[in-house]
Design a protein around this ligand. Structure first.
Ligand SMILES: [Mn+2]
Length: 538
């Protein structure tokens, strides 16, 4: 994912190759001049067109169509529907409105994480950084100033980004980079510099009342060959802002007075990211639709004897088929009592059995935004009486939460609505003795924001319009639980995604069947995968 050129057309790639440095700045005036020339040519051409033969007319028309298709074609290496630079610019403007007086907010790109030896995990940008810039590469730092700053050369600016430089050799190994020039043209950040300039970057940070950032977690590796990697930039930043060193903290009892603020930025970001724009909703709707399609395909294709891994693979194949580049979180696919492990991601069971249910909690991530959907289905296509009783209890809990789901309700109100149903139901089934009994059959909350993170930043008090949340009650009865053993190994979670609207909600994930009848009906349908049989390995 590193170094992709966001929303770039073939035409601009071509311009980029032709013009460099200063000529790029003149591109807009160049474009205007080109447009005037083009219009004059078209007018002249219309007169000329009628004076030539018909085959010649056809040929010229064909050539013009070809030229037009080249000029307007998207970059064939990239999807056309990434968030545009105006989205990110608008988010930075909204952030500036929320920053305290005389302040600067500082964001570092996510660290590259090592998997083992010389292989790193697939890079994933820090969600705040992505939200504000669209930049998907490592080793970068972003400053957003509340007020206009004046550079030594008198340039006015209120944001500045330092990014990894272009490097032909590195790009041959690890992928394309935007570099400072690419960040300006593709992402629209006017004050963009290569990170090699960061050490020299001279701003009097002592003049700010607040320097807002997220405190460092000491989990960034130092690439000793690169003196402007993330590690080095953090060290340089600490010097620039007078970040108290560890040794000092040991000898100073009272915390030092300074303008460093590591407390408030998360709440400010939550107040932005918790409310989805229409552009973000396009991404979330896509992620949700794709995830629903995965659930649907599995409902048709699943058979006793399949492995948890194969079922996981069907979901994830469908995600990729729809161009979702990632998972929002590791896929949870647990048959029978494995479903009782809330974040079961081993998915090792080689044969799911005829009598079990399978709990499948998966979210496709589409251009950074993730869905979060859980379905629990009987592997043989028909709920047993016990499975059905627990399933319909969880479904009822979800429906009760949906009834109170509207602006003004608290997250606690929704959780409470689900708990009342679950506790009463468990008592009626004889699984607990009293509704007020403490138990571990429903050990988690029922709602969270989704977005760039699966447990997204957002205000967690009252629901408001434009939030996107999940409602996910569950009941988990492990082996040897203190109830009749006919319930043992039954684990059900039902999780859907909702956009909070002015008067209530829009249920986004209806494409994945939820009721017993709808699930059983879909599971009867054939799947294209029924015929996809691979040979036994020798
Ligand atoms: Mn969830």
């Amino acid at each position: 994912m590193a170094g992709e050129i966001t929303g770039c057309s073939a035409k601009s790639v071509y311009s980029f190759a032709l013009f460099s440095g200063d000529t790029l700045k003149n591109l807009s005036s160049f474009a205007v001049a080109g447009y005037i020339v083009l219009v004059s040519l078209v007018i002249a051409f219309c007169d000329f067109y009628h004076t030539i033969t018909i085959p010649m007319q056809k040929l010229i028309t064909l050539m013009l169509m070809l030229a037009a298709s080249v000029a307007f074609a998207q970059n064939p290496d990239m999807p056309p529907d990434f968030l545009g630079k105006d989205f990110h610019k608008d988010r930075r403007a909204k952030l500036r409105e929320k920053l305290p007086a005389n302040s600067v907010a500082v964001y570092f790109a996510n660290a590259v994480r090592n998997r083992a030896n010389d292989v790193d995990y697939v890079y994933h940008q820090d969600p705040d950084f992505y939200y504000l810039t669209g930049y998907k590469e490592p080793d970068a730092v972003l400053f957003i100033f509340k007020d206009k700053q004046t550079a030594a050369n008198k340039t006015q600016y209120d944001e500045i980004i330092f990014v990894q430089p272009r490097n032909v050799q590195a790009e041959m190994w690890t992928g394309r980079r935007l570099g400072d020039a690419g960040v300006k043209t593709q992402l629209g950040l006017e004050q963009a510099f290569n990170n090699t300039e960061f050490k020299k970057y001279n701003v009097d940070f002592s003049k700010f009342d607040n320097i807002l950032f997220t405190d460092f977690k000491n989990d960034v590796r130092d690439d000793t060959r690169d003196s402007s990697d993330l590690y080095s930039m953090i060290e340089d930043f600490k010097v620039k802002v007078n970040y108290p060193s560890k040794d000092k903290a040991l000898v100073t009892r009272e915390p030092q007075k300074n303008n460093l603020n590591t407390q408030d930025l998360e709440a400010i970001m939550a107040s932005l990211r918790g409310f989805k724009t229409k552009e973000e909703m396009q991404m979330i709707r896509k992620a949700v639709s794709v995830s629903c399609m995965g659930q649907r395909e599995v409902m048709k294709a699943i058979k006793p004897g399949m492995s948890e891994r194969e079922i996981q693979g069907i979901h994830e194949f469908v995600f990729k088929k729809y161009q979702a580049e990632d998972l929002g979180y590791p896929s949870i696919v647990g048959a029978g009592h494995n479903g009782c492990i809330l974040h079961y991601i081993d998915n090792y069971k080689p044969n799911v059995s005829n009598k079990e249910m399978i709990l499948m909690d998966l979210g496709a991530e589409y251009h950074g935004y993730t869905a979060d959907i859980t379905r629990t289905i009987p592997i043989n296509g028909k709920f047993s009486p016990e499975q059905k009783q627990i399933y319909e209890l969880v479904l009822k809990a979800q429906e009760e939460a949906m009834k109170v789901c509207k602006p003004g309700a608290s997250f606690g109100d929704l959780t409470k609505a689900t708990r009342v149903v679950v506790n009463k139901g468990l008592k009626d089934l004889g699984i607990i003795k009293n509704e007020t009994d403490k138990h571990m059959y429903y050990p988690h909350g029922c709602c969270h924001h989704i977005g760039l993170d699966v447990h997204d930043l957002g205000p967690y008090d009252k629901l408001q319009e434009s939030m996107v949340i999940t409602i996910e009650p569950g009941i988990y009865i492990p082996e040897n639980a203190a109830c009749d053993k006919r319930w043992w190994g039954i684990a059900v979670r039902i999780e859907d995604d909702y956009l909070i609207t002015k008067d209530g909600y829009e249920h986004l994930s209806t494409a994945a069947p939820r009721t017993v009848e709808d699930i059983e009906a879909l599971m009867k349908q054939p799947s294209a995968l029924d015929d996809f049989v691979l040979p036994e390995l020798k």
